[in-house]
Design a binder for this molecule. Structure first.
Ligand code: IPM
Ligand code: MG
Length: 359
């Protein structure tokens, strides 16, 4: 059956990087991938046309798609929108929530070719391969009540950090299963020394552990986890955590690898429907200049093939093509170093396509 794919270029560098990823997707179609690809508006670009960051039409298309490829949303142009609900970021959060994409997989992997690009010593990051499993549709991002209101003559801002047992359990299962497929260690990150919600989080993780006897479960407070990530990151394999801690730790983990421009991500629901996006943002400062790194978005296509379309061979082919291009010394500006050749966004796309075809 032909599956639907929705491409949401978004804002900033989004259109440039998704253009290159779409070419790679088209190359997969030429090799028999049976998908129908359409485009939609999300974020600031949707706000400009429809007055809202997640138009009904985009949501409809997203619901019908097996896989969604997103560039990035947001930028200073829209930061002035007073109504938070109309900000570009709300479009992204809306798709996550409406499609129930609770399981966010954020791999942080060092490419041997890029170990020098990390801000940490090469020996600390060489061979690094962490999978952060972040809960994506709950926690403090979505908890009610929330708001800013007047109390005793001054304004007070408040949010609610809330997780139910079932929400913790389903992300826990994703993480334990991921650990089973990898090195069989799982570190659950919480703040159980202070926050009740994460005391429950820890309890639920402990309760699940006997069902996965081959996985060694450990726990770490989030402040320590942040420190350990920059001190000795290779101690981690699979990390599971809530929405906000995962947001923060995944950016830190990404930077260990040399460039956030290299890292893809997947956000999945229970039926395997997923949204795939680079971990980096919309980089408005370099938008429209054909210099952004399209590799994270191209690698997001590989994740889509693996997790939503059950096409692991094509996924591996894309990953191998990216590896080949790096071996050949081609770099976009963000990952350039001595002795490499700096190429544009579209030249990087050309090179990956050529490598993909040649494999
Ligand atoms: C991310 C981003 C988003 C988040 C923003 C854009 C809403 O930082 O995907 O990590 O906080 O989840
Ligand atoms: Mg983030």
């Amino acid at each position: 059956m032909t599956q639907k794919i929705l491409v949401l270029p978004g804002d900033g560098i989004g259109p440039e990087i998704t253009a290159q990823a779409s070419r790679v997707l088209a190359a997969c179609q030429a090799r028999g991938l049976d998908v129908e690809v359409e485009e939609g508006l999300l974020g600031g670009s949707a706000y400009d046309v429809h007055g809202e960051p997640l138009p009904a039409e985009t949501l409809e298309k997203a619901k019908a798609a097996r896989g969604i490829l997103l560039g990035a949303v947001g930028g200073p142009r829209w930061d002035k929108i007073e109504d938070l609900a109309k900000r570009p970021e709300k479009g992204l959060l809306g798709v996550r929530k409406q499609l129930g994409l609770f399981g966010n997989l954020r791999p942080a992997m060092t490419y041997p070719q890029l170990a020098e690009a990390s801000s940490l010593k090469p020996e600390l990051v060489a061979g690094l391969d962490i999978m952060i499993v972040r809960e994506l549709t709950g926690g403090i991002y979505f908890g009610q009540p929330r708001g800013i209101e007047e109390r005793d003559g001054q304004r007070v801002g408040f949010n609610t950090y809330v997780y139910s047992e079932s929400e913790i359990e389903r992300i826990g299962r994703v993480a334990f299963e991921m650990a089973q497929k990898r090195n069989k260690t799982l570190c659950s990150v919480d703040k159980a020394n202070v926050l009740e919600v994460t005391i429950l989080w820890r309890e639920v993780m402990e309760r699940l552990a006997p069902e996965y006897p081959d996985v060694e479960l450990s726990h770490m407070y989030v402040d320590n986890a942040a420190m350990q990530l920059v001190r000795a990151p290779k101690q981690f394999d699979v990390v599971v955590t809530g929405n906000m801690f995962g947001d923060i730790l995944s950016d830190a983990a990404a930077m260990l690898t040399g460039s956030i421009g290299m890292l893809p991500s997947a956000s999945l629901n229970e039926s395997g429907q997923g949204m795939y996006e680079p971990c980096h943002g919309s980089a408005p400062d370099i938008a429209g200049q054909n210099v952004a790194n399209p590799l994270a978005t191209i690698l997001s296509v590989a994740m889509m093939l693996r997790y939503s379309l059950d096409e692991p061979a094509l996924a591996e082919r894309i990953e191998a093509a990216v590896g080949k291009v790096l071996d050949d010394g081609l770099r976009t500006a963000d990952i350039a170093s001595d002795g490499t050749r700096t190429v544009s966004t579209s030249e990087m796309g050309d090179a990956v396509l050529a490598a993909f075809e040649a494999l």
